[in-house]
Design a protein around this ligand. Structure first.
Ligand code: C2E
Ligand code: CA
Ligand code: CA
Ligand code: CA
Length: 279
């Protein structure tokens, strides 16, 4: 088919201009921000059905000097595009190691405590990933078995053979593996049982659909049943109400995470939270 000559509409859209400006700002400042330690890691508790602390998820933030806390939704993809994602992930991993050291010195590090780290798709494609991560954590005195790596379905289905090899290499080093936002992507059931993973995370969007009469729990129940069959643990994300907690409590669920228990917080606040929670 022949294409007609492209028309150049050139009117000014203030909203678009604003978002491009913001985007440019992030692009130009992010690299410096990483070096200047403006990138900080927050931690959100994961709690068992009995109310015990199971672990935390590490969630990155940008503590912008003249602004607010910038959300990872605004800068993680930019970090990938401009090639600084590895140094950003490194900051997160080092912050996790510091958390372990402090918990250990406080006598609060139980053998089954877990720290979950969100992996970037770019990182996941690195053929040396398992070696690199093992070296980093062992150097900091942290056994890989304390670390859960959160992968998304899109990382796994893109190139399945490579993904399985990568997962096997990470498992061989002792890392736990989790599929994040489970149910929102397209991993087929046939593949799911060949993945050497330990955990599924039920995406918040499914909990959002739950109402006070527990209508909308179909997908949640299905994921939990599936996980039982495949011997995966289950973590529910985005628990905001007592009703959701009560519902999930009667199910086979490993842990829950959400504003109902605690928001993501800096390490110092987490230590206080643990103290208040346990004493
Ligand atoms: P995610 O991995 O799905 O993380 C869960 C998000 O839900 C977090 O948003 C968390 O703060 C939020 N959340 C948890 N509980 C609740 C709740 O009860 N209610 C509501 N409304 N929200 C809740 P956050 O911290 O803004 O992170 C957004 C996304 O950015 C993450 O989604 C993850 O995909 C990405 N991300 C965060 N940290 C990192 C990182 O260190 N590396 C990479 N590659 N990506 C990261
Ligand atoms: Ca996650
Ligand atoms: Ca999610
Ligand atoms: Ca996610």
């Amino acid at each position: 088919a022949k294409r007609t000559a492209q028309k150049n509409y050139c009117f000014f859209d203030p909203a678009l201009h604003e978002s491009l400006k913001k985007r440019f700002e992030i692009e130009s400042q992010l690299k410096d921000a990483i070096n200047k330690r403006e990138i900080v890691t927050y931690f959100q508790p994961q709690v068992t059905a009995n109310g015990e602390l199971q672990g935390v998820e590490a969630l990155v933030r940008w503590n912008h000097p003249d602004k607010r806390l910038v959300s990872p939704i605004e800068f993680v993809a930019v970090a990938e595009e401009i090639g600084v994602i590895d140094s950003l992930q490194r900051v997160v991993m080092e912050d996790c190691c510091a958390l372990f050291r402090t918990l250990q010195s406080q006598g609060r590090l139980t053998p089954n405590f877990r720290v979950s780290i969100n992996m970037s798709a770019i990182q996941f494609r690195n053929v040396n990933l398992s070696e690199d991560l093992t070296q980093l954590f062992l150097q900091e005195g942290v056994a890989p078995s304390f670390i859960t790596l959160e992968l998304t379905e899109s990382m796994l289905v893109e190139e399945i053979d490579g993904a399985i090899k990568q997962m096997q290499a990470l498992k061989a080093k002792g890392f736990r593996l989790s599929i994040d936002d489970f149910g929102t992507g397209y991993s087929s059931l046939a593949y799911l049982q060949t993945f050497p993973i330990d955990e599924l995370k039920i995406d918040k969007s499914f909990l959002d659909k739950m109402d006070s009469a527990n209508i909308g729990t179909g997908i949640i129940d299905t994921i939990i049943t599936l996980a039982e069959h495949l011997n995966f643990e289950v973590v529910a994300e985005g628990v905001e109400h007592q009703g959701q907690l009560d519902y999930l409590r009667q199910k086979h669920i490993t842990a829950m995470q959400g504003y109902f228990f605690a928001r993501p917080m800096p390490a110092e606040s987490l230590y206080e939270w643990i103290e208040d929670d346990l004493d």
